[in-house]
Ligand binder design. Sequence first.
Ligand SMILES: [Zn+2]
Length: 489
Amino acid sequence: MEISVAIILIALILFIIAFMIIRTTRMLKPIPFVEKLESIDIDSNKIAEMLSKAIKIKTIASDLEGISFKTFLELHRMLEKSYPLVHQYLEKIVISEATLLYIWKGKNPELKPVLFGAHQDVVPADDQTLEAWTYPPFSGQIADGYIWGRGTLDIKSQMIALLEAIERLLADGFNPQRTIMLGFGQDEEIGGKKGAAKIVSYLKENNIQLAAMMDEGGSIMYNTIPGVSTPTALVGIAEKGHLSLRLHTEGQPGHSSMPGKNMAIGRLSKALARLADNPQPIRMKALKDLYTGLGSTASFGMQFIFANLWFFGPIAKKQVEANPQTNASIRTTTALTMIKGGVKENVLPHTAEAIVNMRLLPGDTIAKVCDRVRKIIDDEQVRFEPVEDGYWEASPVSDIDIPPYKLLDLTIRKVFEDVAVAPYLVLGATDARYYAEISDSVFRFCPFVLGKEDLQRMHGIDERLSVEGLGKMVQFFHELIRVWSVAEF
Ligand SMILES: [Zn+2]
């Protein structure tokens, strides 16, 4: 009797293991082979000179009034001079003060246009770090195989590469089937309200829907995804929303020598502690999609786990939560960022307030998250509301089972050798979110290769891009513009 129970048990375990392995092998689908693209003959050094010129022009968004407005106009003049064919054959529309929309009319009006985005503005360089830069942040120095300065990675390089690619296509007599647009905002770094948002309003007023759009976002990364040694092109298919909440409460004011029980700071602190201790629920979807995209380029071990989350869910959850970056990919995050209360060490304040900054996972609406926050705080005396201009919903998630994504995936693999392509969730905010109103297919990708340490350079010290990398960007856009412009989608 006991033996037969043991046999049944062993058979059951073997059956479960076999079932798990079958599920894993389905996740491990190989990346189809593609013939490497024959590169077009381009002069990377000359393109580097162009980017260098653009870097030297200090287009900082935070002061796009008065003097600095002139810097944007200077950049426009530089572009006009450098890209004569673009300015001859494309319609250029200036929106707001300095936002640029270029339209290259296609032959076939039946096909919806596609739009490629980038932004002209850059963040300033912190005065206190200037000494630490190898070359000054607005020098546009070309040295050691790199172009150095603000905007090389974020993201004048994308703007220059797009213009170079179109200038080249025009020189070769290329005529697109569908209309190609370029949208270069002026204020991405401070919210994009006068730039991308206004481009989208303009297109909406003209009843234009886009077949697809591509903006800055992920890039080709080395050694950043657990269990993956192949460089991976991360294509953003969604971005998180944003919700800053102001919490405030009142207490009994008075002299600190005779405190009552109802203290504003105490009450607020309890609410904040509850929020910190009770994170928002997780959804593994973004990571599951990422590993599905990676297929056989991810290790068997990782795919075994992701193919069988029904079993490994709790273990995987622990691992993913331990890393702030992966944690942010699976849940709406809660960050306690500001607190204010009291003016004197011996006075009980009447009020106390705090700011909690949350980044919303697609699917978690502002209303839903506010509801959860109310339940977690569980104290009607602590009131909260979204900070003015400090909230927007997460973007929709673009489908990847459609021709624009598949062609993008293919182009990445054709231009960059031995690269895996996978969709991911962008944790910060980009101009691309505005385009969801006029397109279901919004992708966020910068065609350059980055190591882990390069991420610190964006908005940091020694931002730089290799001359060779810039050349590749031009190759990439030359191909993608060509492919997207003739494909029937
Ligand atoms: Zn940017």
